[in-house]
Design a protein around this ligand. Structure first.
Ligand code: 0RA
Length: 665
């Protein structure tokens, strides 16, 4: 045995010992299952490298009954010749020397690409046993190890009719204390991602521990384009074709390859996943910032050249990325990361490289696909308009005086009390009804805000919010309520609700100046329309007020039934008929007067107080979120109330009038 050999084997033992002592440093936490699965990733990565080098298109992963896992590839096979420096087979060097993976000094043994981490030797070190089988040059070679140490030199054990490498290892359970089982769903998820990132590579997974062994195969010839389609599976893409960009640039150390796939959907969030050498970078890095810069610049340039920006000066990066799903995958011969976990790529040259490639290729794509380009720009312009409106909303509420006393609208007849919990505001349709309400109210706790005519239908203006905030009646309401105004919450199919900067930002239900907001409109179709418009605005822009049960609908009577001095009010046809019958009892020919109230204005202040506003006797309908979201969607309450179907509307109101009796209001 040469001195060289003994020297290097001491080194090997020391290296293996280091891994066994501190597996967490090399493979992740040995107690939560992450290190255990990392062993598979590390082994598969070697086979993936062989694919990247262009020699392997299939990887078979099997979880065996005995708790071992085997990874078979069909590449060239690990070199079996004696390594000049170490005097042992190159295969043994790879399996026993830490970091030997990509760090061979001798170029002839350089692992293809040399892309991956700690190397399979670390896996060997934490394995109770490992067997390496190599199929190469028509022969089969084998070497077995215990805890990383070879049982015997690599041996030729017979002929072979294929090429490739199989590595089978059994984790050492004295190191992996807590979780002893491989989890197939974890393996499946990760290896599917690997398959997406390596177009054409087929990865099969089988679990021999199951009674019925079925083999899962992942193969995506479309690569990251198919990955993007998968991301958008539950969304509505705005264009069918996925934009796929690929390019490379030479640097001193070798080639940097940049591959990007992207597609926009009608969603509001952005999902951009970044990878370096097939490893996910959760915090992005220089490839992501290059991507963002280039996307913003290229799309703005294109839009400006084509005069597609109408009322918008320039599209921001956020506007452009609204609704985007993208995969950024780069290959780098020697990447640097901010940490051991590789969550963030920091190689500075990558930003410029990514930018350059995307500038060029995305520019080309847009030129060649003007209709897709138009769709993307239009989406960004909409996002920009909405964002601008959001900014205006913010300004409106921030401007001094808008929220507090000094800024109260002139039309508001405020109440005397300043305790929101005992205060109410009646939002009343029309000036004349407003007049009656002002006279009839309890001015200590009841405020009256008359609105003139119909307010804007905000449902049609969700994409153009600036118009909403310019509307006089809406401004008046925002000021009177004193709690600011939010931005439209547009529920998205399959997602909880809109999360980004649109949701409930500037409306603060705690700041409401009144504990009850009562909408009081005429009991006719016009009144129902106006009520619906007000409710729509509140639902879209002040939703928490609904959710906190602050919104009510006043229930003025539909009829007055009178016999002599006896008067009764009826809130439905049925109640009217009941009153008539009761008043007639014993006086078949009695003269009964029936007055149908067409508007609040027909009631004098006392009547309005008595029937509709007196907290002791009135009935009111409390509006709940379910009223907007019941089966049939947002539009149910709207269509019922907006519709011309009078009987239906009446039935609706009667139904609520009934429910309201149980309400303590
Ligand atoms: C070093 C050099 C060559 C291939 C490999 C390593 C290799 C390593 C692994 C690990 C798992 N599967 C593998 N397949 C190949 C290139 C040898 C040549 O030039 O033929």
């Amino acid at each position: 045995m040469s001195d060289d050999y003994s020297a290097s084997s001491i080194q090997v033992l020391e290296g293996l010992e280091a891994v066994r002592k501190r597996p967490g440093m090399y493979l992740g936490d040995p107690h939560d299952g992450s290190a255990l699965h990392h062993c598979i990733w590390e082994t598969v990565d070697n086979a993936v490298d062989e694919h990247l080098a262009g020699y392997n298109d299939k990887i078979d992963v099997i979880a065996h009954l005995d708790g071992s896992v085997s990874v078979r590839d069909y590449g060239r096979g690990i070199p079996v010749g004696i390594h000049a420096d170490f005097g042992i087979s190159a295969a043994e060097v790879i399996m026993t020397k830490l970091h030997a993976g990509g760090k061979f000094d001798n170029d002839s043994y350089k692992v293809s690409g040399g892309l991956h981490g700690v190397g399979v030797s670390a896996v060997n070190a934490v394995s109770e046993w490992m067997v390496m089988t190599i199929y190469r040059d028509g022969r089969t070679w084998e070497q077995a190890y215990s805890k990383g140490i070879p049982d015997a030199p690599l041996a030729d054990i017979g002929p072979a009719d294929a090429t490739g490498t199989m590595i089978r290892f059994k984790p050492d359970l004295t190191i992996f204390t807590h979780i002893i089982d491989f989890d197939l769903s974890i393996i499946d998820t990760r290896l599917r991602e690997t398959a997406f990132l390596n177009a054409g590579l087929c990865i099969s997974i089988a679990d021999e521990r199951e009674e019925e062994i079925d083999t899962i195969e992942h193969r995506y010839d479309g690569g990251i384009s198919e990955f993007v389609r998968k991301l958008n599976e539950r969304r509505n893409p705005l264009h069918n074709e996925v934009v796929h960009i690929k390019g490379s640039i030479e640097i001193e150390l070798g080639t940097v390859e940049v591959e990007v796939a992207l597609q926009w959907s009608d969603a509001y969030n952005e999902s951009v996943l970044c990878y370096t050498n097939i490893i996910r970078n959760h915090d992005g890095g220089t490839h992501l910032s290059g991507f963002k810069t280039s996307l913003t610049r290229t799309l703005n340039q294109y839009a400006q050249n084509r005069k597609l920006l109408k009322n918008v000066n320039q599209l921001s990066g956020e506007d452009i990325r609204e609704g985007i799903a993208a995969i950024i995958s780069i290959k780098h011969p020697d990447p640097s990361f901010s940490s051991q976990t590789k969550d963030k790529l920091v190689s500075s040259e990558v930003k410029g490289i990514t930018e350059k490639i995307i500038n060029e290729k995305l520019g080309e794509f847009l030129e060649e696909n003007p209709s897709i380009a138009k769709i993307i720009i239009e989406k960004a312009v909409l996002a920009s308009t909405a964002r601008e409106a959001a900014r205006k909303a913010r300004d409106l509420t921030r401007r001094k005086g808008v929220l507090e006393g000094g800024g109260l609208p002139g039309k508001l007849a405020d109440c005397q009390s300043r305790k929101p919990e005992e205060c109410e505001i009646y939002i009343v349709e029309g000036d004349s009804a407003g007049g009656s309400a002002k006279t009839g109210r309890d001015r200590r706790t009841q405020a009256i805000l008359p609105l003139r005519g119909k307010i804007l239908n905000v449902e049609r203006q969700l994409k153009n919010q600036a118009k909403v905030f310019q509307n006089q009646e809406i401004q008046t309401m925002i000021k009177a309520l004193g709690a600011g105004v939010g931005n439209p919450i547009i529920a998205e199919e399959g997602e909880d609700s809109l999360t980004s900067d649109f949701a409930d930002m500037f409306f603060n239900v705690e700041k409401l100046r009144y504990g009850k907001i009562i909408i009081m409109t005429d009991a006719d179709i016009d009144g129902a329309h106006i009520r619906t418009l007000i409710l729509t605005f509140i639902w879209r822009f002040m939703r928490p007020a609904v959710e906190h049960g602050k919104i009510f609908i006043a229930q003025p009577p539909l009829y007055q039934v009178a016999r002599g001095r006896q008067t009764r009010y009826a809130f439905s046809d049925a109640e009217r008929d009941m009153h008539i019958a009761e008043l007639k009892v014993g006086h078949e020919n009695a003269k009964i007067g029936i007055q149908r109230y067409k508007g609040l204005g027909e009631m004098n202040p006392e009547q309005l107080w008595e029937t509709t506003m007196d907290p002791e006797t009135r009935t009111m309908l409390r509006v709940t979120a379910e009223d907007f979201t019941d089966a049939g969607g947002d539009s149910q309450i709207f269509s019922t109330l907006m519709g011309d179907d009078v009987p239906e509307r009446r039935a609706f109101i009667e139904k609520y009038a009934q429910e309201v009796t149980n309400l303590d209001v």
